[in-house]
Every structure is written in structure tokens, then in C-alpha cells.
Design a protein around this ligand. Structure first.
Ligand SMILES: [Zn+2]
Length: 435
């Protein structure tokens, strides 16, 4: 099953890979440790960030009580926008600057943790908003120095944002999703408490679980780091550096766990073992994709989410249409992996096996079918939408979807095969419906 030749030296390619990881504490009830960890990091006055719904729930209260018991001055910011925008990032940054905090604690999903990263960045190193935003939309300038300590406490088992240096948002003026990417954005510590997932609605567990699965699958099948051109300077080596032996470790285990526990975690809220395992898979996948980068299913997801008309799954706040992140990713995945299988069929077969497919006797030529069929099985078992038609798109929407995805070069160029406009068009077409 070995795949070492995947990293064979390539003409003009990089010769090394880097590993960046947050400090992580994982276990039931660790949210109650927030105060002690914050104090141990020398913090006295912290911004506690969350969103308006979570702010009224137990997790935020637990974190707050822990911080206060440790003698810290705590100010709550509960105005994080789910699916943040440049405006909501800047609002949080103003709060952070005015509050003169010496550190941050975020309690929530990816939107909360990403907003906290941005608030930390713009309050510590003030600049015009587009300065740090990814090129070509922004200037893509490096963050000039370290940020303040940030303890990230995820409440969903999906984004892995607590382990990455990525903050994603909608740039309102361009109606485009883009991000800020820097090692300096990575939270200093992740407190991962699987108890947080016990009360999540079924669809939220499913969408975030498929996000985890796809982080691992995309990182595992990403372009090998040896085939990416070296950065101008070694210190500028991107975090989206391509698949590498370190990210492979986390991907393997995350895929194995997802194969065994995803359906159980979705369909049985009482299965705390499955939900806890999925939280661990999210952490592993976050560590992996934070050091490898995802590719086309994520690159294509932003226009699937951004052009939504009236789709609204159960379990999400009632204000407006939404394709949750994990759903907007997974509806593209079978189509993408059918396409990419020819670049590294053994990796696609290995992944299919970890996800629970029968791969004995399968030939390399069958890798595309075996993996995509297993993904479709998992999607059907958890009532995911049937491809992009399941979230409201039809053939006439394909040019707009492809147009929206084309600028996501950081992601698309991390795929193991070149993806241009023609390929995007075909990938969306093949993602219309799977059953
Ligand atoms: Zn994701």
C-alpha cells in the first residue's frame, strides 16, 4: 500500500516541507481548563468571542466561568457573524483594539475562530483591510510579527480552524469568498472538548463531518510537495504546500475514523463515542490540511455557497438561504475524485479502503469508481443533498459557478491535475446529481 514514490524528487520542485501545529488539549470537559491555560500564558484581560446564538448557551458560560475563576478580566464579544464578512471581521477588530486585551479566547465554530484570528491580527498589526488578504483579491502581504495569544475552543467537529492559520470570509464588495492565510494566525492553543458536540443538530454533525472527511481526502490526494515550485524564500514556503509525509499521518487516521464513525455520529445523537471520535478526526484533519492544503472540492464550494438562492437545511438559524460549508464541499467531492483518480490511483484506493469500501482486487483503473461510490454511499446514509442540484442548481447555473470558482487558485492549483475553466465546467456538470 506504500506510496513513497509520490514524493520522488521532481525537476524544479521543492525539496522540503514544513510542519506547524497548535498546542492541543483534547478531552471531555476541557473547556473548564480555559482559565488555567490562559493564566499560564500570562493573560490578564481577555476578549471572549462567540456568536449571538452560542453566547446564550452553556459552552460560553463554562469558558467564561473558568476564566473568571482564574482571576482574569473577561469581556464578551457575541456579535460574530456566521459566514463572516470583511465588515464583521473589522467590527470584531475594532472591539479588540478598543478593549486593549492581552489575549483572546474563542468559543464556537469556524466562523467564530476565524473572526477571532482576524480581530487579533488587525488589532495587533493595524493595516488597510486588503493588506493581508490573499492575492490576487488582496495584497497578500506577510503578517509583520507575532499575534497575541489565542485559545480556540471549537464547538463543532468540522472546520479544524483551531489548528490552522486560515481565516475565511466574504468580501462584500466583490461577492467573493477569500481568506487571510499566515502561520501567525494559527491559534496558540486549541482546547478541543468533544462534550460540545453532544447537543448538535443532526444536519450540523453531518455537514461538519463531511467537511472533516473532505479536508483529509483532499490533503491526502493533493499535489505532492515535491511537485510545487519552491517559494521565493524558504521562510515563505506556503502552508498549502501540498501533500507530504506529515499530513499523510493525520489524513489516514481521520479517514479511518470518518469511515467508521461518521454515519453513527449523524444518525444517533446518543452515540457519544462516535461524536467524540469525529471531533478527534476533525483535529487530526485540521493539523493535516493546515500543513498540506485542500484542493478542488473546497475551491468549488465557495461559489456553491455564495450563489445560493433558497436552500435552507434543518438545524441552521432561520435567517436566509444557506448551503452550510461542509455541504457545499461534499456535493462536489464525488465528481472531483472521479477526475483526480488518474493522477494517483493508489492514493484514491487507499482512501476508499479507510473510508470502509471493499478494495480487494480493485485495479488502478477502478479507483475513481470505488472512491466516488463510497462517498455517495456515505452521503446517502446521512441524507446529504444529491449533488449541486440537491442545493438548487441546474445546468444554466454552471457558467456562473465555474466563473466564481476559477479565481480560487490557491486551492485549485493544489489539486493533483491542472484545473482550468474547461475542467471546472465539466466538474460542476458531473456534480449535478449522483443518484
Ligand atoms: Zn472545510
Amino acid at each position: 500500500m506504500g506510496c513513497c514514490h509520490y514524493y520522488a524528487p521532481a525537476e524544479g520542485g521543492d525539496e522540503a516541507f514544513s510542519v506547524d501545529v497548535s498546542a492541543i488539549t483534547f478531552g471531555a470537559g476541557v473547556l473548564r481548563e480555559a482559565g488555567d491555560h490562559a493564566r499560564a500564558r500570562g493573560l490578564r484581560r481577555v476578549a471572549l468571542m462567540s456568536d449571538p446564538v452560542l453566547a446564550g448557551l452553556e459552552h460560553v458560560a463554562v469558558a467564561r466561568a473558568s476564566l473568571e475563576q482564574a482571576g482574569l478580566d473577561v469581556v464578551l464579544y457575541d456579535e460574530v457573524r456566521v459566514e463572516p464578512t470583511d465588515e464583521s471581521f473589522l467590527a470584531a477588530a475594532r472591539f479588540a483594539r478598543d478593549g486593549e486585551f492581552d489575549g483572546f479566547v474563542s468559543v464556537g465554530g469556524g466562523s467564530v475562530i476565524d473572526t477571532c484570528k482576524a480581530a487579533n491580527l488587525y488589532s495587533t498589526h493595524p493595516a488597510e483591510f486588503l493588506t493581508y488578504v490573499n492575492a490576487p483579491i488582496g495584497e497578500g502581504r506577510p503578517v509583520p510579527g507575532p499575534l497575541k495569544p489565542h485559545i480556540a475552543c471549537p464547538t463543532t467537529s468540522g472546520t479544524g480552524s483551531e489548528c490552522t492559520g486560515i481565516a475565511i470570509f466574504d468580501l462584500l464588495s466583490m461577492k467573493a469568498k477569500t481568506g487571510i492565510v499566515s502561520r501567525r494566525l494559527r491559534p496558540s492553543m486549541a482546547l478541543v472538548d468533544p462534550d460540545c458536540t453532544a447537543t448538535l443538530p443532526r444536519n450540523v454533525v453531518a455537514a461538519s463531518g463531511f467537511d472533516v472527511l473532505s479536508h483529509a481526502l483532499e490533503s491526502y490526494t493533493a499535489l505532492a510537495y515535491t511537485r510545487r515550485k519552491p517559494a521565493a524564500r524558504p521562510s515563505l514556503r506556503p502552508m498549502s504546500q501540498g501533500a507530504n509525509p506529515w499530513s499523510d499521518l493525520g489524513c489516514r487516521e481521520a479517514l479511518r475514523i470518518a469511515g467508521e464513525h461518521l454515519v453513527r455520529a449523524v444518525n444517533d445523537a446518543g452515540d457519544s463515542e462516535a461524536r467524540s471520535q469525529l471531533m478527534w478526526a476533525a483535529t487530526l484533519a485540521g493539523i493535516a490540511f493546515g500543513n498540506a492544503g485542500v484542493h478542488a472540492p473546497h475551491g468549488m464550494s465557495y461559489s456553491v455557497a455564495g450563489l445560493v438562492r433558497d436552500f435552507h437545511p434543518d438545524g441552521y438559524p432561520a435567517n436566509g438561504a444557506i448551503v452550510p460549508h461542509g455541504m457545499s464541499v461534499i456535493v462536489n467531492a464525488p465528481s472531483v475524485f472521479r477526475f483526480t483518480a488518474s493522477a494517483c490511483p493508489e492514493r484514491h484506493l487507499e482512501a476508499a479502503a479507510w473510508l470502509g469500501a471493499e478494495t480487494r482486487g480493485a485495479t488502478q483503473a477502478e479507483a475513481a469508481g470505488v472512491l466516488s461510490e463510497r462517498l455517495i454511499e456515505l452521503m446517502r446514509a446521512t441524507d446529504m443533498p444529491n449533488g449541486i442540484s440537491g442545493v438548487g442548481y441546474g445546468v444554466p447555473d454552471i457558467p456562473a459557478l465555474a466563473e466564481g470558482a476559477y479565481p480560487q487558485r490557491r486551492l485549485l492549483d493544489n489539486a493533483p491535475l491542472p484545473i482550468g475553466r474547461g475542467e471546472l465546467d465539466k466538474l460542476y456538470r458531473d456534480a449535478l446529481a449522483y443518484w
